[in-house]
Design a binder for this molecule. Structure first.
Ligand SMILES: NC(=O)C1=CN([C@@H]2O[C@H](COP(=O)(O)OP(=O)(O)OC[C@H]3O[C@@H](n4cnc5c(N)ncnc54)[C@H](OP(=O)(O)O)[C@@H]3O)[C@@H](O)[C@H]2O)C=CC1
Ligand SMILES: O=C(O)CCCC(=O)O
Length: 472
């Protein structure tokens, strides 16, 4: 891989001031999903290394939380600037280990840097409160303090932004972090930490341990020094981690799976709906938790929408899926739908010539009971379900244990409000499918998770509220 600055390609864990291997000296391969080439090896660390990283984060905590928010903000801003300065290299590393095309990778680096920039400022606005007292002579005050050592566990689909979305607010609030990136994409995480180091963020404030997920996760969730877990990934793992955090009663944020409905009403702007569906469904080859998972299309516009969608899908040039297991999972969902009566109007199969590619697919005749309408597809497959009435669309949309994102295209302003209020999802896009930004709260209801990331709300996840009552 060519990099303008080859020293960004780090392949060791970072604990305190040191770049270290696993105690066992074991490593695992990082593989390019486009061609199966091994691009690096990184340490397969476990419990002992994780415990040391937590202890180092704990020893770094007093000095870091003791800085003013402005002082922390200056360092965060420097980190942000370095990330943007090295955007092309970070994007090259991301494409090599994750597979998204360069333009998307550069977009993610900029998006990710936005969280550092936003929280560098937001840290200065962690206000407490003075509450009017009902008792003469008593003062009632509210202080907000950093929660302490934070454990962050991040997924492979956004190897940069899911880290900055957690570390930005954590560090701005005065917390220190131990990060476990996904095994598929550790290099983006390590490059970010290299840049944090260059920005002058003190050793021990941001530690990274790569390796065995179960062992590292067990230590992060049981060690009493860790006071907060922030996780992005599958609902199954999120639930397990929540249970594991119960014994030490950690504060927990979970950003989990989704099953986003994308609803197109008869009165929609067809051009906008097709463009929105393409952007939402096929971003990152469909491997995004807020990707449209089911397209609910009203009778009157159904056929025109399908024609236009298939035409647009024909022009797409997507990156690979993350690994062979992902391709097999997508293939299973498509085959299951077709066996039950759905039709693939384009795609429907993996690409024959090597790599983990699945052809972009449009499925019609899908019914709500098919697996592809109930499970997170995490691939470039658009299943279309017909509906007749607004009530039916809302009922179908809400008929899922997930509640992350939902989208609707309509020109009826009254209906927009009914949808905004009636859809049980944490993020609603109305005539808009690109909803992600560092200034807005990102997160889900129901089994899609707990808490919000980004925005002024995102920093609360890394703070404790302390009530002080004073007489005299
Ligand atoms: N909400 C979202 O953004 C995401 C949703 N998903 C959904 O989940 C499916 C499976 O993806 P997958 O990558 O397996 O997601 P996981 O939930 O398994 O992985 C997410 C992160 O959790 C880690 N992890 C896995 N098991 C444990 C554990 N027992 N203890 C602690 N950490 C653990 C992973 O580590 P490691 O990589 O080392 O296994 C990774 O860092 C996808 O197909 C998609 O449907 C996946 C990714 C992101
Ligand atoms: O899939 C995810 O969990 C990452 C969210 C992508 C986004 O921030 O838009």
């Amino acid at each position: 891989m060519h990099l303008d600055d080859p020293s960004l390609l780090r392949s060791l864990c970072r604990i305190g001031e040191e770049w270290v291997g696993a105690d066992s000296q074991e490593v695992f391969d990082v593989v390019d999903p486009a061609d199966g080439r091994v691009i690096a090896t990184v340490p397969r660390a476990g419990k002992a290394e994780t415990r040391r990283a937590i202890e180092r984060a704990s020893s770094a905590l007093p000095a870091w939380r003791g800085l003013t928010a402005r002082e922390r903000g200056v360092l965060l801003r420097r980190w942000h600037d370095l990330i943007l300065q090295h955007r092309d290299d970070l994007a090259r590393i991301m494409t090599a280990e994750q597979g998204k095309p360069q333009a998307e990778a550069r977009g993610e680096v900029s998006y990710g840097a936005g969280f550092i920039d936003w929280f560098a400022e937001e840290g200065k606005r962690i206000y407490g409160d003075i509450i009017p007292s009902p008792f003469p002579g008593r003062r009632i005050m509210v202080l907000k303090e950093p929660v302490g050592v934070v454990a962050a566990i991040t997924p492979w689909n956004f190897p940069n932004a899911m880290i900055t979305r957690k570390c930005g607010p954590a560090l701005a609030a005065g917390c220190t972090v131990v990060l476990k990136p996904a095994e598929d994409t550790p290099l983006s995480a390590l490059a970010l930490v290299e840049l944090a180091d260059r920005a002058g963020i003190p050793a021990g404030v941001l530690n990274v341990v790569t390796g065995h997920p179960v062992e590292i996760g067990a230590e992060l969730t049981s060690n009493p020094l860790v006071r907060k877990l922030s996780f992005t990934g599958s609902t199954a793992v999120g639930k397990a981690l929540l249970r594991q955090c119960a014994d030490t009663m950690k504060k927990v944020s979970l950003e989990l799976g989704g099953n986003a409905p994308f609803i197109v009403f008869d009165d929609a702007d067809l051009d906008a709906a097709v463009a929105g569906a393409i952007a939402s469904k096929f971003r990152n080859s469909g491997q995004t938790c807020i990707c449209a998972n089911r397209l609910l299309v009203q009778d009157g516009i159904h056929d025109a929408f399908v024609d236009r969608l298939v035409e647009a899908v024909g022009t797409l040039d997507l990156g690979p899926l993350i690994h062979g297991r992902a391709v097999e999972g997508v293939e299973r969902l498509v085959n299951d739908a077709v066996a039950l009566g759905a039709r693939a109007l384009c795609g429907g199969t993996r690409r024959a010539a090597g790599g983990n590619y699945f052809d972009p697919t449009v499925l019609v005749g899908v019914t709500p009971s098919m697996a592809c309408a109930n499970q997170e597809i995490f691939g470039p497959v658009a299943p279309l379900i017909r509906f007749h009435t607004e009530d039916e669309a809302i009922r179908l949309a809400n008929d899922t244990p997930y509640g992350l994102a939902a989208y609707a295209y309509t020109r009826d302003a009254g209906r927009e409000w009914r949808l905004a209020e009636g859809l049980e999802f944490g993020i609603i896009g109305l005539n808009e499918s690109m909803v992600s930004t560092e200034v807005a709260p990102f997160g889900g209801m129901k089994e899609s998770g707990l808490g919000r990331e980004g925005s002024k709300y995102g920093i609360d996840e890394y703070l404790e509220i302390k009530y002080v009552c004073r007489t005299g």
